[in-house]
Design a protein around this ligand. Structure first.
Ligand code: ATP
Length: 338
């Protein structure tokens, strides 16, 4: 018997659970479809768990067939719904989740989510080692270490660029400075790359926030000397109270009253919409790779993509490390926005 035949035989009739957790990201549906179809193709049974860890604890589980995931690759959001779960952060909550998995006969759990979701998966996997956990990076923030891209990032980036193009029209007509706030939590990938792609004058990002006041840097460079509008993309900053587009706009209003300043917070617009072709392909590849990983006896890993190749990243590595932003991007934006 070939090695793969043996694996297939061993895994046959085993049941895989799949859930989406944390913030929704476009491309999650493409990933659910890929996991479901690749699993069924390889002889597994698949059960969808609704509303993330919260729904798992509540026992919201239903079998998924190939038909259940048809015509969803092009849809944003997640058909499994998602949630944040306080209960899952407690040992009692995780015990309930474990009991539901046992009752449903689920022996492997595939978690699509961001940093928090994979942190939860890691803790759970350490407590209950008879459940195999595999993570898939699903977040618009692109902030997971060990993968070049996360599912949903490309779509959100394109949405931001489309919005900034529109803001540019009105900014130019009125000779205004716009501070545009984008998502990203503690990571500046969305802000930095959308600034480059939309021809914005500057990006204010967490990775560059420590030493020099970025607003001073931007103004010191002499913004608006040669332009009749300026756009500055700012990463939201829940942890840093002195951040966000409002903060910078207020400062410019006070310190440079001659300028006409406006703020635009893109908010949840960034999460919605049909996934880009890139996110559909990424979700399909990573979803299929999750099943291959199970066939190879992998466990407690996140499936990532590096240099266009599938990689297995141990949970501990994906969660503990901060993903660095390529500092040359800061230089590119600086040089091109003179
Ligand atoms: P996004 O990047 O889109 O915000 P995320 O996965 O990082 O996605 P979080 O809200 O941070 O979103 O986490 C999702 C869920 O993961 C939490 O609601 C919680 O149930 C679980 N989780 C997060 N951290 C832990 C933890 N330390 N222990 C157990 N569970 C956790």
């Amino acid at each position: 018997m070939k090695r793969t035949d043996f694996k297939l035989d061993k895994m046959k009739n085993k049941c895989i659970g799949i859930l989406t957790s944390g913030g929704d990201a476009s491309g999650m549906n493409a990933t659910i479809r890929a996991v479901t179809r690749a699993a069924i193709y390889n002889g597994f049974q698949v059960k969808g768990i609704y509303r993330g860890y919260e729904g798992l604890i509540a026992g919201e589980v239903k079998e998924l067939t190939t038909e259940d995931v048809s015509s969803i690759i092009q849809r944003g959001g997640t058909i499994l719904k998602t949630a944040r779960s306080e209960a899952f952060t407690t040992p009692e909550g995780r015990k309930k989740a474990y009991d539901v998995l046992r009752k449903e006969g689920i022996s492997s759990l595939i978690i699509i989510g961001g940093d928090g979701s994979l942190t939860g998966a890691r803790i759970f996997a350490n407590e209950y080692d008879d459940i195999i956990c595999i993570g898939l990076p699903g977040t618009i923030d692109n902030d997971l270490y060990g993968t070049d891209f996360t599912i949903g990032y490309d779509t959100a980036l394109n949405t931001i660029v489309e919005c900034v193009d529109k803001i540019r029209d009105t900014a130019t007509s009125h000779d205004r400075i716009f501070f545009v706030e984008v998502m990203g939590r503690d990571a500046g990938f969305l802000a930095q790359n959308s600034a480059i792609a939309s021809g914005a004058e500057a990006a204010i990002i967490p990775e560059d926030r420590t030493d020099v006041d970025q607003l001073e840097k931007f103004i010191g460079r002499g913004f608006r000397k040669t332009k009749n509008s300026s756009i500055v993309i700012v990463t939201e900053s829940p942890k840093d109270k002195n951040g966000g587009a409002m903060y910078y706009a207020e400062r410019v209003k006070k310190e440079y009253p001659q300028y006409d300043v406006r703020v635009s917070i893109l908010g949840h617009l960034q999460r919605g919409g049909a996934p880009s072709a890139y996110d559909r392909i990424l979700g399909s590849r990573l979803g299929e790779a999750a099943i291959q990983a199970l066939l190879e006896d992998q466990r407690n890993v996140m499936i990532g993509i590096r240099n266009n190749e599938i990689v297995y990243v141990p949970f501990a590595e994906a969660i503990k490390n901060d993903k660095p932003l390529d500092k040359s991007l800061i230089r590119v934006l600086g040089e091109l926005s003179i």
